[in-house]
Ligand binder design. Structure first.
Ligand code: SF4
Ligand code: SF4
Length: 391
C-alpha cells in the first residue's frame, strides 16, 4: 500500500486529465457499440465512467499485432530497424487485474523472469517505459470477475503510477512510483493530503467488494487445489484429452488474457513491394519461416500474437509438433497459469482473475471451470472429467 495518498475533487481530476491529454496521448475506456475499449481520447469528458472492464486488456498498446520488427533487402541482408520512438502514453481507468497483468508482461519482456536483462525486448520495454498508468479500483465487479482469488484486485499494492478510488466526494489517489510522484509534484495545487475519513471510506469500499465476492460470486480460480494437481503432474492423460476435445483452438483465451505473452515472428515480402517467392526456389519448411535461398527484394520481419494453445505455435522447423494434441497444449497452458513451478519463476500466478477467458471460451473451459475440475479430481469428485464437445 502506498504511503503517499492524496485527495482530488472530481473537477480537479478532470482538469489533470485534460492537461495530460493536451501534452501526451491519453488512453482510457470508451464505449463502442455496447462494449468498452481502451482508445485515445481528446479530453476527459470523452471517457466512459460506467464500465466494469474493457473487452480486451491494454496489451495491444504494448504488443501491437502485427508489429514490424525490421526491414531488409536481399541480396545484401542489410537489416533496417523499423522502430520509431514510441509516443508518451497515459492510461486512465485500467482495472487492477490488467495492471497486474501488465506487471507480469513487463517482468517477462524485461528478461527479469529468467534473470537476463540483456535479452530484454526492446520494442515492448520502450513502450512500457513511456507509459504512465493511472488505474481505477473496481467497486462493481462483473459476474465473471475473480481477481480476489489471484491477488489481482480489486485494489493493488504496486504496479501503478497512481491508483485512484472513487469516493462519495472526489477521488483518493495512491502514488506507486517515481513517475507517480512526479505527477503529484506537478499537479500539487489540485491535490490535498488524504484525511482519515477518506482513507476509512476507501478501506470500507474495498472490503465491501471482497466480502460481496465471497458471499455472492459462484466463480473461483481454485488456485490452491488446482495448483497442487497441475504442479505434481497428478492429472491423468484422459483429463487433458477431454479438455482438448472441448477446445476449438480459436486462441481467444490467450488473446484476451492480460498475462499471456506468446508471439510468433515471421519473415515476409514487404507489403506492396511486389516481391513474389522465387520461382522454383526451395519452399520454407515452415510458413512464414526464413525466406528461401535466392530470394530478392525487400522483406519485413513481423511479430504476430500467438498462443501456446494453438498447433502452429509449437510447430518446429522441419515440421514436427512436440505437443501434437490439443490436450497436451491445454496442459502447457494451464501449467503456465497455475503451477507452483511457474509461480516460483514469475513471482505470481499466470492468472489475475480478469474473467475474460470465461467470457470468450466457446468450449466452456475458462479457468474457473478447469480449476474446479482439477479440484474435483483432487478430492475424487465425479465431475473430474469434462463432458465431450457439444455435450
Ligand atoms: S487466465 Fe483467464 S481469468 Fe486469468 S487473467 Fe487470463 S483471461 Fe483473465
Ligand atoms: S478460448 Fe476456449 S476454445 Fe478457444 S482456444 Fe481457448 S480454450 Fe480453446
Amino acid at each position: 500500500m502506498s504511503d503517499a495518498r492524496y485527495w482530488a475533487s472530481a473537477a480537479a481530476l478532470e482538469g489533470i486529465l485534460d492537461r495530460l491529454a493536451a501534452e501526451r496521448t491519453l488512453i482510457g475506456p470508451v464505449r463502442r457499440g455496447g462494449d468498452v475499449y481502451f482508445r485515445p481520447v481528446q479530453r476527459a469528458a470523452d471517457l466512459c465512467r460506467d464500465y466494469v472492464n474493457a473487452l480486451e486488456p491494454p496489451k495491444r498498446w504494448f504488443l501491437p499485432t502485427p508489429e514490424r520488427l525490421a526491414r531488409y533487402r536481399l541480396p545484401g541482408g542489410v537489416s533496417v530497424p523499423g522502430g520509431d520512438t514510441p509516443r508518451e502514453l497515459v492510461f486512465f481507468g485500467i482495472r487492477s487485474c490488467d495492471v497486474a497483468g501488465l506487471a507480469q508482461l513487463t517482468r517477462f519482456f524485461s528478461g527479469e523472469t529468467v534473470g537476463r536483462p540483456d535479452v530484454a525486448d526492446g520494442p515492448f520495454m520502450a513502450r512500457r517505459e513511456r507509459t504512465t498508468i493511472l488505474s481505477v479500483v473496481c467497486q462493481d465487479p462483473a459476474e465473471t470477475c475473480m481477481c480476489v482469488c489471484c491477488k489481482g484486485g480489486p485494489a493493488l499494492d504496486a504496479g501503478y503510477d497512481w491508483q485512484l478510488t472513487a469516493l462519495t466526494s472526489g477521488w483518493l489517489i495512491e502514488v506507486g512510483s517515481a513517475k507517480g510522484r512526479e505527477l503529484t509534484t506537478r499537479f500539487a495545487s489540485s491535490l490535498a493530503p488524504a484525511g482519515e475519513r477518506q482513507l476509512a471510506e476507501q478501506a470500507g469500499r474495498i472490503a465491501g467488494v471482497v466480502e460481496s465476492f465471497h458471499r455472492h460470486s459462484t466463480r473461483r480460480v481454485q488456485s490452491m487445489a488446482a495448483g497442487r494437481m497441475v504442479s505434481q503432474g497428478r492429472l491423468p492423460e484422459a483429463f487433458w484429452s477431454a479438455l482438448g476435445e472441448r477446445c476449438v483452438e480459436c486462441g481467444g483465451c490467450a488473446f484476451v488474457c492480460p498475462t499471456c505473452n506468446c508471439f510468433n515472428v515471421v519473415d515476409a515480402p514487404e507489403a506492396g513491394s511486389g516481391v513474389l517467392p522465387p520461382a522454383g526456389g526451395p519452399e520454407p519448411a515452415v510458413p512464414g519461416g526464413p525466406v528461401a535461398t535466392g530470394a530478392e527484394g525487400t522483406f519485413e520481419r513481423i511479430r504476430l500474437r500467438d498462443s501456446c494453445q494453438l498447433a502452429g505455435f509449437v510447430r518446429q522447423y522441419g515440421g514436427s509438433y512436440p505437443r501434437a494434441t490439443c490436450g497436451e497444449r491445454c496442459r502447457t497452458r494451464f501449467f503456465h497459469k497455475l503451477s507452483w513451478q511457474f509461480v516460483a519463476r514469475v513471482g505470481t500466478l499466470g492468472c489475475t482473475g480478469c474473467g475474460r477467458c470465461v467470457q470468450v471460451c466457446l468450449g466452456g473451459i475458462g479457468i474457473d471451470a478447469v480449476s474446479q475440475r482439477m479440484t474435483d479430481a483432487l478430492v475424487g469428485a465425479p465431475a473430474a472429467a469434462p463432458a465431450a464437445k457439444g455435450a
